[in-house]
Ligand binder design. Sequence first.
Ligand SMILES: *[C@@H]1O[C@H](CO)[C@@H](O)[C@H](O)[C@H]1NC(C)=O
Ligand SMILES: *[C@@H]1O[C@H](CO)[C@@H](O)[C@H](O)[C@H]1NC(C)=O
Ligand SMILES: *[C@@H]1O[C@H](CO)[C@@H](O)[C@H](O)[C@H]1NC(C)=O
Ligand SMILES: *[C@@H]1O[C@H](CO)[C@@H](O)[C@H](O)[C@H]1NC(C)=O
Length: 392
Amino acid sequence: MDMKLNIPAINVLFLLLAISSTTQSVDINIKKFGGGADITQALTKAWEEACAATSASKIVIPGGSYKMEAVDLKGPCMAPIEIQFDGTLQAPADPNALDGADEWLKVQHVNFFTLSGKGVFDGQGATAWKQNDCGTNKNCKKRSKNFGFNFLNNSMVRDITSKDSKNFHVNVLGCNNFTFDGFHVSAPNTSINTDGIHIGRSTDVKILNTNIATGDDCVSLGDGSKKITVQNVNCGPGHGISVGSLGKYPEEEPVEQLLVKNCTLTNTDNGVRIKTWPSSPGASPITDMHFEDITMVDVMNPVIIDQEYCPWNQCSKQAPSKIKISKVTFKNIQGTSKTKEGVTLICSKGVPCEDVELNNVALTFNGAPIVAKCANVKPIVTGKAPACTCTA
Ligand SMILES: *[C@@H]1O[C@H](CO)[C@@H](O)[C@H](O)[C@H]1NC(C)=O
Ligand SMILES: *[C@@H]1O[C@H](CO)[C@@H](O)[C@H](O)[C@H]1NC(C)=O
Ligand SMILES: *[C@@H]1O[C@H](CO)[C@@H](O)[C@H](O)[C@H]1NC(C)=O
Ligand SMILES: *[C@@H]1O[C@H](CO)[C@@H](O)[C@H](O)[C@H]1NC(C)=O
């Protein structure tokens, strides 16, 4: 085919030809849209065709440099769809350019969706971070996240890199059976609000073999997260793996069944953390949280339950958190802490934590064992673990 054809209408025609010429699995190659070309329209058109196809389709975006505005890919669709992306895709650097879209690439209401390939989604967030005043301004501008995966079932992201998002890298909402495997998140430690993967109202989400380097939480679990596995994940820099913050809103759903296993946190602010707001309406419980085989490398607060989470003094600590935390195990946690109090378990005096277990928590600070600071919890300590100095 003639590679010099650049007129969008002709390109769409090629796309349609490509779709109609296959029989079993539909391959849609948008290569003809050229290096540096904007693939906003091409991807949208390709999706419409793929979504209407009655057999599985794969939208192929080969190596090369592309640009894209905000794209919203909607189902339900007739059959599984994979997008294979091997290029580099840039979002507009201007934080206002994505028309206030919540996400740069949003995929919604699809069963059997896969995003795969060696590709890099570069959110070009540097300007957005510089302008971010959300720490002090309640009405600050909400910037686009790189990815929004909403109400997807049986779906996955394989390989793929999310780079320099303007806001969170990935938001997973209302999904069932969603897997990240070999995923990468990359942003500098100074980037603000760039959580790696945030999960909410979703069941059976797995984050496997993934490296996350960013300026905020590597993985954060919002309300309604159930049956979550984080395994073979490297996190750092960043703020660690976090459950919460929870309790700020009345309508929250419980958080249940988290397994964090074989993960390494390097130079992060927190290691593994559960945080809830005091003096707030939310009261849905957090239960069955298991952290095991974790290595900490120079982590500020390696193990932390904080039920008095109140950044920027946005709340009062007068009334205790109403959230009950139970069945939490920290097992085989080793490595180095950057603070002496490497374990902090500050539970709610309204609803003390129950069934918290420290089993082989062998962290050191400056070569000496760390100490544990606790309130409103009586942890079960087995194996090597710091004794708990309880303040309540
Ligand atoms: C996903 O699964 C839920 C629960 O089974 C179902 O209600 C929903 O329709 C499914 N969504 C799609 C897009 O298949
Ligand atoms: C989960 O989704 C994957 C596709 O991503 C599928 O292969 C697998 O069968 C699904 N598992 C269940 C329990 O439905
Ligand atoms: C970011 O990392 C650099 C070293 O790579 C370090 O000098 C700096 O203090 C870090 N900044 C923050 C905010 O963590
Ligand atoms: C632990 O995770 C690392 C990746 O960070 C992986 O290379 C290693 O094989 C994993 N170990 C086990 C026992 O799964």
